[in-house]
Ligand binder design. Structure first.
Ligand SMILES: [Fe+2]
Ligand SMILES: [Fe+2]
Length: 188
């Protein structure tokens, strides 16, 4: 873990590295609350944004090199750093555990209730709720998530979608599907 922290610090700005440390800490808190292995949560939280500061050219080359669907290319860093970022983590950090790689992949998109593991949900929520976050409603989001990890995931998906729509920004189809899936699962 100490070695990984060093590599993360070398690859990221101070601000992003510190975010990763806080996500790791928050992931441990959520892991304790949800009966998940704390080491696994700490590790996935630490490395989740490993690829966040890579160039567009790096991501495009990685999509080709790993055989990811070419239509991913029309998206951008906010989606790529998870979906494609997992491949950088695997190739450059040597993390092969598919459960960790999936948590990295899904942190930028979310996923349906049957797809997301507890680790995926923990990383997704720790990224949203870490102690440095101060968006309006963060305290409510933390309370909802303390009560139910699933309700927290749904809260984040609903609020992210409504934020993106209010800014007239594109919404990744998988995120839309994830929202509908959780709405049907939790609300019907
Ligand atoms: Fe991220
Ligand atoms: Fe993050």
């Amino acid at each position: 873990m100490a070695k990984l922290k060093k590599v993360m610090a070398e690859h990221l700005s101070k601000h992003r590295f510190e975010h990763c440390l806080r996500v790791s800490d928050y992931a441990v808190k959520l892991a304790k609350q949800n009966g998940l292995d704390q080491q696994e949560a700490a590790l996935a939280g630490l490395v989740h944004d490993y690829a966040k500061e890579r160039s567009q050219a790096d991501f495009l080359a990685k999509i080709d090199a790993t055989g990811l669907p070419a239509d991913l290319k029309k998206w951008g860093n906010p989606i790529w750093h998870g979906v494609v970022g997992a491949a950088f983590v695997q190739d450059e950090l040597g993390i092969e555990d598919p459960t960790i790689l999936q948590a990295i992949r899904l942190h930028t998109t979310g996923g349906g209730h049957l797809e997301m593991t507890t680790l995926d949900k923990v990383v997704f929520m720790a990224d949203y709720l870490e102690e440095g976050r101060d968006f309006p409603g963060v305290e409510t989001a933390r309370r909802v998530t303390d009560e139910s990890l699933n309700q927290g995931v749904f809260y984040q998906l609903a609020h992210t979608l409504s934020y993106l729509a209010s800014k007239e920004q594109v919404i990744y189809p998988k995120t839309f599907d994830a929202y509908n899936d959780w709405a049907q699962y939790l609300k019907q």
